[in-house]
Design a protein around this ligand. Sequence first.
Ligand code: FE2
Length: 395
Amino acid sequence: MAGFKDFYQYVDQTRLIAGRGLLESTGFEFMKEGASRVFIVTDDVIRGTGLIDKVHAGVEDGGLEVAGIFDGVPQDSSTYVVEECAGAAKEAGADSFLAVGGGSVMDTAKVADAVFTHGGTAREQEGFFLMPRANDGMGAPEPIAPLACIPTTAGTGSEVSMAAVIKDPEEKVKLEIADFPLFPRLAILDPESTRTLPAPIAAATGMDAMTHAIEGYVSAEWNPHGDARALHALRLIRDNLERAVEDTADETARGNMLVAASLAITIQLGSVHAMSHPAGAHFGVPHGVANAIHLPHVIRFNARGGDDIANRYRDINELFGIESGGSGEAVGDALADHVSGVTARMGLPTRLSEVGVPESGIPALVEGAMGDGTTLLNPREPTEEDYEELYRQAL
Ligand SMILES: [Fe+2]
């Protein structure tokens, strides 16, 4: 995996501001992105913490109006919720979206914004680089209404990414949607927005960020720009994740985890995500928990796939300060043990059977993982039998 790549593309179109006390300037900052009547998308738990009142005041402080608030996003959002949200924004006469929440809220706002702007159903938005473009699809993508994100978990990185994942409850699949217009225009990282984040969710979402960084770094589609981000994300995760979970009042750790999550996010993923998407779609396993369970098994599998892959894991071991022997197997095993240790110390489940996945569910999970787009990006190509074995190990 060393050498110079024949081709890669690196895109980052989100203006990010990070620091303390930024929520009060939400309106001032969002106005610069063309917003005037803001539709806030959130969930009822976050609304109950009082955070939305602060953001609401911040929007009005900048001279913008809050056109409406949609707080009906569930933990695992669906195409129905997206359409309801888009309809509510239309009815409210909004011209922009402000997502305040975790991955489910931000992804709902992204796809709702696309439906709001272009019409059609949520399902019709599915696909990579399929959004409307000028010149019969050959020209510049048409923008969607201005979108700003204030993440309330440190994990998904959706606030700076062009991807969204939404459940299709009828087909029992996770729809993946990615295109340049889905990059939020603005992301606001303020540790105040994760002040009431419960420790188990901080742990699970933090493991999602760790998974993005590790999978991104060893992905078949690795690239130097992605490497720089992944490695610094891993340094921040190494120094702040367990700290932020042990003491949820530690503002510095929470702030650094928000930054880590925004650095870790990438669309160059692999088999951990391929396995976790169907676990979420079929059995409702929260995304970060599923990743934490699958990550060590996929590391062991990949590290046995040749020196190029093992050497990438070796870089990560060095960064984490993990002693490992010379063989690829030893490198993978040492990192997998370390990851399992972090997961267990934070009190997260380590097995699928602990989170409601029965052995009889494996065939459907294998089918889902084989059909997931991220399988193609895994550095070692998994067969159906490999996935079956990996799920059995994780059970
Ligand atoms: Fe993820």
